[in-house]
Design a protein around this ligand. Structure first.
Ligand SMILES: Nc1ncnc2c1ncn2[C@@H]1O[C@H](COP(=O)(O)OP(=O)(O)OP(=O)(O)O)[C@@H](O)[C@H]1O
Length: 799
């Protein structure tokens, strides 16, 4: 985290510029521009003339609020960087009074920083007039400079990223169970219960290791990032009673979480934003900051949470006039794809756009030069079709915002390029193997035509990427007919990195089991790791794990049936316990890596991890010591994986010429390629539906965490909306449907010259078992596109 933020603004008050009262009154009505020379003005006009109409509106901003709603590929970051450089020049900004540019990821921050620097250099201006932050880095910077106000001791605390499976979440759950036995019992009883002991143990296992950690994780994120305290949540719980008292449980978990953070000197990301907001509550300090901040420009504004929005508004507020904000927010409501698994909520940006519209301060950037005309038409059609079909209740998933091609004289080289072939190809391959074969064959054709071409296969989940990558990289072993290694194309599997980032957690689970094999939780977690790695068949592990001894070493009198599946699970677990007896603790990591059948780069990551553990446990190389170190790595930071090919983290590695990138749709946001392949578009995943896992059906046909989250969200949007359980569950489903379609839209709009889409007739129900094929319906978009663009439908693709 430490390298995530800029050198701080000057923090002492003596260095704060004092403002001339005359300019203050001017600033309330608009910003006070510096007198600039005719030659600088001419240079600014020249830069402005390279912008598209929507971008020019950004460049012409003269203070106050401005919302910019842009379509994919409209040039949001280009426009923002240029507008920033123009504002810096026009208002004579310097390190004493800076423009603050905020964006979402570090890569995006680096990108926009270099664009602004470039423009300033062209203008012959110094580069001290602006800073670029990620939202969290900005908050951290403010909180760090005023520890007495933020209440955060950042020097002695650890930053954490809670997950449902980490120790902190699990401890919250255990404490809650202790404090609320009656509530817990009510959950165990579920819809109905006949008191049978094995079933009781199974339900306890599901609640303790799945349902409650999930509830805790989702609700805490949602509530905290929206500024709700545990007691706010308790109040809300009394207003939405239900049988299980879901929100009361959530409030209890949240209280435990907050207590644990304090006790253990841990800080989460929301705490940093809250800390910064506490700092800005102090009038004097707030004014100092506001005087140093000339204005705030935010990119990717559709992904902000309530608290983040609040922080930016505070900073952008005029120090002398509460109603004046110098704030430009740029985003695309149609590319909001984080709201179902993070607390990001596009409603805040939509509301901001609406407010700005009412004040005539909304600009739209609806021209984009990225894609061929036919791809634009397909994306526009999807948007309209989805909105018209009312797939997600009354709220439309998309803002009615069509993409238009840029004008003929647009400065972007090769804008709206000619399509490759027909530009849009729709297929219904026989099965998923056939799908990959069609892609490989098409790639071979295209790479021969264009050696510098950029290719990507976008998948919905990493498992699909793994499947494709295995077939393409090991054609012989898989009996696959096409061998890409004979052609000048490199395969870059981004999902591999995601798989690698799971390595520390996987090893931790196995080691915890080795350390305490009689713990049902650890046994279950170990089985889950084997199953995720496809070494054992997936099944309800709660049933196996509740009596570890019986499972591991069944006696002759054991009555439980034991089939092949169970034998296989048992063999793996026993081999771990055997290793414990035979190997020294420091050798266990390598043994586990081999047991999990890690491949080359995964083994390298495991080695790196082992080295670090040996160092950190020097003097006490016991299994509990190793578990402790691993636990810290897993719960407090992202361990860096080793990429055998490179160590670059720059996004440009995803879009290199002559490369076929396999990447998730989520990660592809903001990137583009000449040829984009979207395989496996099945209704089951896009839009899919919210599933209740069989093991937690005893609670009813809904998921506690989703219900609670939907209830909180509805309340935040409108304090009078209190949803009952089933309505909340339905809302959660709508939210997911809407977001899946937006994700598909993001994926489609990554293509420049060819958009290739397919749904195989036969596909697996679960990608954990890709070989189990069954008939699968296509995503409803495909038949709709087929009807609208009949000439682009190429059947199964075989002659
Ligand atoms: N005024 C312009 N002149 C020349 N090129 C431009 C201009 N505006 C944008 N571009 C080019 O258009 C492409 C898309 O721009 P950019 O990546 O900023 O779009 P975006 O709106 O952020 O896209 P997305 O929403 O899909 O992430 C880039 O290659 C950029 O260089």
């Amino acid at each position: 985290m430490t390298d995530d933020f800029e050198p701080p603004f000057n923090s002492t008050s003596s260095q704060t510029p004092t403002l001339d009262p005359a300019s203050l009154s001017l600033r309330s009505n608009g910003l006070d521009s510096k007198a600039i020379s005719a030659s600088t003005e001419a240079a600014l006009q020249k830069i402005r003339s390279t912008l598209r109409p929507g971008q020019q509106q950004m460049a012409d901003w003269k203070g106050g609020l401005l919302a910019v709603s842009a379509v994919p590929g409209a040039g949001k970051s280009t426009g923002m960087a240029t507008a920033a450089a123009i504002a810096i020049a026009r208002y004579g900004l310097s390190s004493r009074r800076q423009l603050v540019v905020v964006t979402f990821t570090r890569a995006a921050a680096a990108n926009i920083r270099s664009k602004i620097n470039e423009k300033l250099k062209d203008l012959g201006l110094p580069t001290g007039g602006f800073v670029v932050y990620t939202l969290h880095a900005l908050a951290l910077n403010i909180a760090r400079q005023h520890p007495e106000l933020s209440g955060l001791d950042l020097e002695n605390s650890t930053l954490i990223l809670p997950t449902p499976s980490n120790r902190l979440t699990r401890t919250c759950v255990e404490l809650w169970i202790n404090d609320y036995p009656r509530h817990y019992q009510r959950l165990i009883e579920g819809m109905q219960f006949d008191g049978e002991e094995t079933e009781r143990l199974r339900r306890q296992s599901v609640l303790r290791t799945e349902v409650l950690p999930d509830l805790s994780w989702k609700v805490i994120q949602e509530a905290k990032s929206s500024g709700l305290t545990p007691s706010d949540l308790r109040d809300l719980a009394t207003r939405i009673p239900n049988e299980y008292e879901i929100l009361a449980i959530a409030a209890g978990l949240y209280e435990n979480y907050e207590k644990l953070l304090k006790q253990r000197q841990l800080i989460d990301y929301d705490e940093m934003i809250l800390g910064a907001l506490r700092v800005l509550k102090d009038d004097r300090v707030r004014q100092q900051w506001q005087q140093r901040v000339f204005a705030v420009f935010e990119d990717e504004a559709q992904d902000s949470t309530f608290l983040q929005t609040k922080l930016l508004k505070k900073l952008a507020q005029d120090s002398n006039s509460e109603d004046v904000f110098n704030l430009v927010r740029v985003g695309d409501p149609n590319q909001a794809i984080n709201s179902t698994f993070t607390p990001a909520d596009p409603i805040y940006f939509r509301d901001f756009c609406q407010d700005c519209k009412n004040q005539d301060r909304l600009a739209t950037m609806d021209r984009a030069g990225r894609s061929s005309q036919i791809i634009i038409e397909a994306a526009n059609y999807v948007l309209k079709w989805v909105n018209d079909s009312q797939v997600s209740g009354i709220e439309k998933p998309f803002q009615e915002q069509e993409i238009h091609p840029v004008s003929e004289d647009d400065p972007q080289p090769d804008s709206n390029p000619a399509p490759t072939g027909s530009g849009l190809e729709l297929y219904r391959p026989v099965d998923i193997y056939h799908t990959v074969q069609l892609i490989a064959e098409r790639v071979i054709q295209l790479i021969q035509e264009n050696k510098e071409g950029k290719f990507a296969i976008l998948v919905r989940e990493n498992k699909q990427g793994e499947f494709i990558s295995n077939l393409l990289n090991n054609p012989q072993e898989s009996g696959f007919k096409v061998d890409l290694s004979e052609y000048p194309i490199r395969i870059y599997d981004v999902s591999l990195a995601a798989r690698q980032s799971r390595i520390p957690a996987e090893l931790l689970s196995l080691l915890q089991f080795i350390d305490r094999p009689h713990s049902p939780d650890y046994l279950k977690a170990a089985l889950k790791v084997f199953s995720d790695r496809q070494l054992i068949p997936n099944q309800d592990f709660n049933a196996l794990a509740i009596q570890p001894e019986e499972f591991l070493y069944p006696g002759p009198l054991d009555t439980k049936p034991s089939d092949d599946k169970i034998h296989k699970c048992r063999r793996f677990c026993r081999s771990l316990l055997q290793a414990r007896l035979e190997l020294a603790p420091f050798q266990l990591i390598s043994f586990l890596a081999l047991t999990l059948q890690y491949e080359k780069s995964e083994l390298a990551t495991a080695d790196k991890l082992a080295e670090r553990i040996v160092k950190q446990t020097a003097g006490n190389n016991s299994i509990p010591a190793i578990v402790n170190v691993l636990n810290e790595i897993v719960s407090s930071e992202r361990f860096e994986t080793v990429d055998i090919d490179e160590n670059e983290s720059n996004e440009s590695v995803y879009t290199r010429p002559g490369q076929l990138t396999i990447i998730t749709m989520h990660k592809a946001k903001g990137l583009d390629w000449d040829y984009v392949f979207l395989p496996f578009l099945h209704e089951q995943t896009i839009p899919g539906n919210l599933r209740v896992l069989p093991q937690s059906r005893f609670l009813g046909e809904f998921t506690l965490s989703e219900v609670a989250r939907a209830q909180i969200r509805a309340y935040l949007h409108d304090k009078n909306t209190l949803l009952d359980v089933m309505t909340a569950w339905e809302q959660a489903g709508f939210l997911k449907t809407a977001e899946e379609y937006r994700l598909l839209y993001v994926a489609m709009t990554r293509a420049k010259r060819l958009l290739w889409m397919s749904a195989a007739t036969k596909a697996p129900y679960s990608w954990h078992k890709p070989e189990n094929l069954q008939d699968q319906k296509p995503c409803p978009i495909l038949p709709a596109l087929k009807a609208r663009f009949p000439h682009h439908f190429l059947g199964s693709g075989s002659e």
